[in-house]
Design a protein around this ligand. Structure first.
Ligand code: FAD
Length: 373
């Protein structure tokens, strides 16, 4: 049986960020990342993901946006040394005001949220056409200058190389069993590993873990499509309007995403492809005629009822932690929440209470029941 200080279950954005923050805060930690498939095979493998701190239809500033953006930028810079690929582009994110309600929301967003200087501005219609000349609707829009697009699969691979160099161990494949005596023991077909602390970062599959099947997590399938275009699209900002369009190379775009609350399987399908074609055609009809769909991708997001992630220790099992519910903001949130979790585990700092598991009544009840037993 191999001994570790921490076992992380799941090698997506949450798991890799957690391993990185832990090892950077204490180089001596022995960390194992147990991943069922391959890194980037879950929702985190999304090709061309947006980092957009203006959330929802009201374009409110995301939770802890300034610090989260800063930490993501630092991580991107650090792991860039571990790949030849370009990991991100910062052309900003345009949120066109394609209807009256959005227009009002976006104008108010500037007053309602306290945005850091230089992050966000309202663009008049002529400025929008200067930015995206082919955009069908030119009614103005909110421009999030800080927004960017990240090549997530390459980013995750670079993170793995970096973590391995720091001494973090990875094991891949198969189901596992988790039991506690004094410490936790994870048994998989590869090996038995033991650690006092286990962190579950298995995305929407976190609920399959027997200790966490009461988690308030919803699964939302998302499909996106990749298009090859006959012209250079690399200067476009990402466009976010009931979905998004983002350049991922000189002549490729990704268009996303569907939000499917009921689904039969995890794979992309023709209906999804049709919706994504329609989205591109509606927003950029001229460009649509010069692009052809060359691929499709799908993944399952885990979201919480209030759309804010959750992180914390189990209500009755000591040393067992969860970090999940990143919704559509995995890039922006993963690094800074992981940093908080690492501070908590290593230095005993409190976890942010907005992310507490016990903001949900079901988990509060379970905690009370466990305390009574
Ligand atoms: C279509 C779509 C578009 C998106 N667009 C964006 C975007 O533009 N910007 C953005 O920031 N985010 C985006 N996201 C969301 C983002 O990808 C998620 O927030 C993020 O991936 C969640 O990361 P995670 O590590 O919590 O979960 P996951 O990425 O799901 O990772 C969980 C990992 O755990 C592994 N696992 C599962 N079960 C087990 C097990 N039993 N044992 C071991 N390992 C296990 C999985 O294989 C997986 O690798 C998008 C998601 C989708 C689906």
């Amino acid at each position: 049986m191999e001994k570790f200080d921490v076992i992380v279950i799941g090698g997506g954005l949450a798991g890799l960020a957690t391993a990185a923050q832990l090892i950077e805060k204490n180089k001596k930690l022995r960390i194992l990342v147990h991943e069922a498939r391959e890194v980037g095979q879950g929702a985190s493998g999304v090709p061309g993901a947006m980092v957009n701190p203006a959330t929802g239809q009201r374009a409110r500033i995301a939770w802890n946006a300034e610090s989260c953006m800063h930490m993501l930028e630092e991580r991107l810079k650090r792991v860039s040394a571990y790949t030849d690929e370009k990991l991100w582009t910062r052309n900003g994110v345009l949120r066109p005001a394609i209807d009256e309600a959005l227009s009002e929301n976006f104008r108010n967003a500037l007053k309602r949220s306290r945005w850091p200087k230089g992050w966000v501005e309202w663009l008049q219609p002529d400025a929008v056409s200067g930015l995206v000349p082919r955009l069908k609707d030119q009614s103005g829009g909110l421009f999030i200058r800080k927004g960017m697009v990240v090549q997530t699969p390459e980013y995750l691979n670079a993170c793995v190389r970096y973590l391995q160099e720091q001494g973090v161990q990875f094991q891949y494949g198969g189901p596992y069993q988790l039991e506690r005596e004094r410490n936790w023991t994870l048994t998989s077909f590869k090996k038995q590993a033991t650690a006092p602390t286990v962190i579950l970062t298995a995305g929407y599959k976190s609920r399959e873990n027997k200790y966490w099947n009461e988690l308030p997590l919803n699964s939302v399938k998302g499909q996106l499509a990749i298009y090859e275009c006959q012209e250079n699209v690399s200067d476009l900002p990402a466009i976010s309007a009931y979905g998004y369009i983002a350049p991922i190379s000189r002549n490729r775009l990704v268009v996303g995403s569907t939000y499917e609350h009921h689904f039969h399987d995890e794979n992309p399908d023709d209906q999804g492809a049709g919706l994504l074609d329609q989205k591109l055609n509606e927003l950029l009809p001229d460009l649509y005629t010069k692009c052809r769909r060359i691929g499709q991708w799908s993944g399952i997001r885990a979201t919480t009822p209030d759309r804010i992630p959750l992180v914390g220790e189990h209500y009755s099992e000591k040393g067992l932690y969860i970090f999940a519910g990143l919704g559509s903001k995995g890039l922006l949130y993963s690094e800074c929440i992981a940093a908080g979790l690492a501070e908590h585990l290593i230095r005993g700092e409190k976890l942010p209470k907005e992310l507490s598991l016990f903001r949900f009544s079901k988990l509060r009840d379970l905690r009370e029941q466990a305390a009574e037993e």
